[in-house]
Each structure stands twice: as structure tokens, then as C-alpha cells.
Ligand binder design. Structure first.
Ligand code: HSE
Length: 305
């Protein structure tokens, strides 16, 4: 038996639609996996979410099956999933299930694959959940840190070494946004001018993380493609943005496809006052909102027992 923790993650990081994300320390899910004497994949328990127990309809078992197929083995497993955050929150719930599941099985089988090689299997689970191959949640959840998907075909992922020491505020107003639906809102064509500005921001963001330039981070995180069409699905988006920027956040945007938002803070920002003001904002309109304070996770999936 093995139990692992798979962190939640923030995809896109503003300007990097489908190409970058980071994992967080304070939220995630636990997955317990045990070998069975037969060839079945059986989900025994799912706590914290209303998800399918059918192994052909659950991201964790789809990802495990993809790993087992690559190994040409028919070993069966019992699986229990305990989620500490909601699916549809924009914090990479399906990705943490997929990453945690393949990581756990690989450990139980005495690591036939390197950790980086597990990404392709986790991606199969994620693709089922969101109807698209996007690795900007699975890569950080599995590998930790800030991960960039430089190419999808072939899959090529690298980690950004960071000088910045940042805290992350995650704000989750309790509405569900389905990634597959939210992807349909995006433009299929963009102008050369928009593309040019976005490329500048992506380069600025990576450089800012790398050298710890938080002034550059704040200006580069801006997104000209997804944020303009997605923000209207997020209650009080502009108000939250105004609050965190007023209190010195060095970067704010939508987490993945939303509705969660993230704000990055260095030591000069007032994270406590931001939390108070955002809580007050949602209380005033009787809206349920969860706020998490976290660090960027540098480890990815890990064995907890
Ligand atoms: N990159 C994906 C999107 C992340 O923005 O649709 C989904 O969490």
C-alpha cells in the first residue's frame, strides 16, 4: 500500500495559456493505492468530490491504465481518492488525480519509469477530463515548481529555476467553470499585434521569475487572450484584482480556466489586508468564497505513507 500527496496547481500564470503552470503547497489531494491479486482497477472511495467510480470514466484510473498498457502488465489496483479542493475550481483537480495516481502506481511497481516519463500517462487522464491535451496542470502537479510546456509534439517540458520568493493567494468564489466549456470561449484567431504583445509578456514573465524581478513580473503577467473573454464568468473579478494590486500584489490573474484567481506577493505586499478585504467583498454580497494562502510547491507528488 502507498499513499501520496498530489498538489493543486495554477495553470497559464496569466499570459502563458496552456504552456505554463506552478504547483502550490497548501492544497491538493491524497491518493492511496494497493496492489490487488487480480487484474482489476477498482476505485473504493472518493472523498470530497462527486466523481465517477467507473474506471473508464475516472481520470485517475484512465491515467493508471495508460501506464499499465505501456508496461504491458495487467496488475490490478485498489484506489482511494481524498480531495481537499473542488473539481471545476480552476486549481487543477483532474490533473492532481492523474499525476498522483500514476506517481503512486509507479512507486508501488518499483519505479519502472522516471518521474518525467510519467507525464505522458497523467496527460491521458487529464485529456479525458477536459477534452484537450493540456499539460500546464499535470506537469507542475507531478514535477513541482514552475513548469513550461515548450512543445506538445513532441512533449517537451522544462522547469524555471526561480530566484523570486513569493507567496500565493488563491481565491475561489464557489461557482463551477468547466475547462472544456471555458476553452470554447477563446478566440481561434488573434492579430499579429496581440501575438507580439503576448510573446513579449511570456518572455518577461519567465525572465522575471528567473532573476527575481517582481516589477517585471507584475507588468508581464498580463494576458491579452484568455483573461478578456473568461473574466466575466468570475464573480467580482475586477474588484478582487483592484484589491490585491492596491495592496502590492506582484501579479494577479485567473488560475487556469477559473473561477479561482491567484495573486502573487513578495514581502512588500500586504497579504493579510488583501484577505480581509476580499472576504468582506464576498460577504457583503452573500457569496461563498474560499481563500488559501500558500507557497509555490517545489516538489510535486510525494509519498506520505
Ligand atoms: N490551460 C488550461 C486552460 C488550464 O486555460 O484552459 C485549465 O485548468
Amino acid at each position: 500500500m502507498i499513499k501520496v500527496f498530489a498538489p493543486a496547481s495554477v495553470a497559464n500564470i496569466g499570459c502563458g495559456y496552456d504552456t505554463m503552470g506552478f504547483a502550490v503547497t497548501e492544497i491538493g489531494e491524497e491518493i492511496q493505492v494497493t496492489k490487488r491479486p487480480d487484474d482489476k482497477l477498482v476505485i473504493n472511495e472518493i472523498v470530497g468530490a462527486d466523481l465517477s467510480y467507473n474506471p473508464e470514466q475516472n481520470v485517475a484510473t484512465i491515467a493508471i491504465q495508460s501506464l499499465l498498457d505501456a508496461l504491458r502488465t495487467t496488475q490490478g489496483f485498489d484506489i482511494s481518492i481524498h480531495k481537499f479542493f473542488k473539481p471545476g475550481s480552476g486549481l487543477g483537480s483532474s490533473a492532481s488525480s492523474a499525476a498522483g495516481a500514476v506517481f503512486a502506481v509507479n512507486e508501488l511497481l518499483n519505479r519502472p519509469f522516471k518521474r518525467e516519463e510519467l507525464l505522458q500517462f497523467a496527460l491521458e487522464g487529464e485529456a479525458f477530463a477536459s477534452s484537450s491535451y493540456h499539460a500546464d496542470n499535470v506537469a507542475p502537479s507531478l514535477l513541482g515548481g514552475v513548469q513550461v510546456i515548450r512543445s506538445y509534439n513532441p512533449l517537451d517540458v522544462f522547469r524555471v529555476e526561480m530566484k523570486s520568493k513569493l507567496e500565493v493567494l488563491l481565491i475561489f468564489p464557489d461557482v463551477e467553470v468547466k475547462t472544456a466549456e471555458s476553452k470554447k470561449l477563446l478566440p481561434t484567431n488573434i492579430s499579429m499585434q496581440t501575438a507580439r504583445n503576448q510573446w513579449g509578456n511570456v518572455a518577461g514573465l519567465i525572465h522575471a521569475f528567473h532573476i527575481g524581478d517582481n516589477k517585471l513580473l507584475r507588468s508581464s503577467i498580463m494576458d491579452l487572450i484568455a483573461e478578456p473573454v473568461r473574466k466575466s464568468a468570475i464573480p467580482k473579478y475586477e474588484e478582487v484584482k483592484r484589491i490585491v494590486l492596491q495592496h502590492g500584489s506582484v501579479g494577479f490573474n485567473i488560475s487556469g480556466s477559473g473561477p479561482s484567481m491567484f495573486a502573487l506577493f513578495d514581502l512588500d505586499g500586504d497579504i493579510e489586508q488583501s484577505i480581509d478585504d476580499i472576504s468582506g467583498l464576498y460577504q457583503d454580497c452573500d457569496f461563498d468564497c474560499k481563500i488559501y494562502r500558500s507557497k509555490i510547491d517545489l516538489v510535486g507528488c510525494k509519498v506520505i505513507s
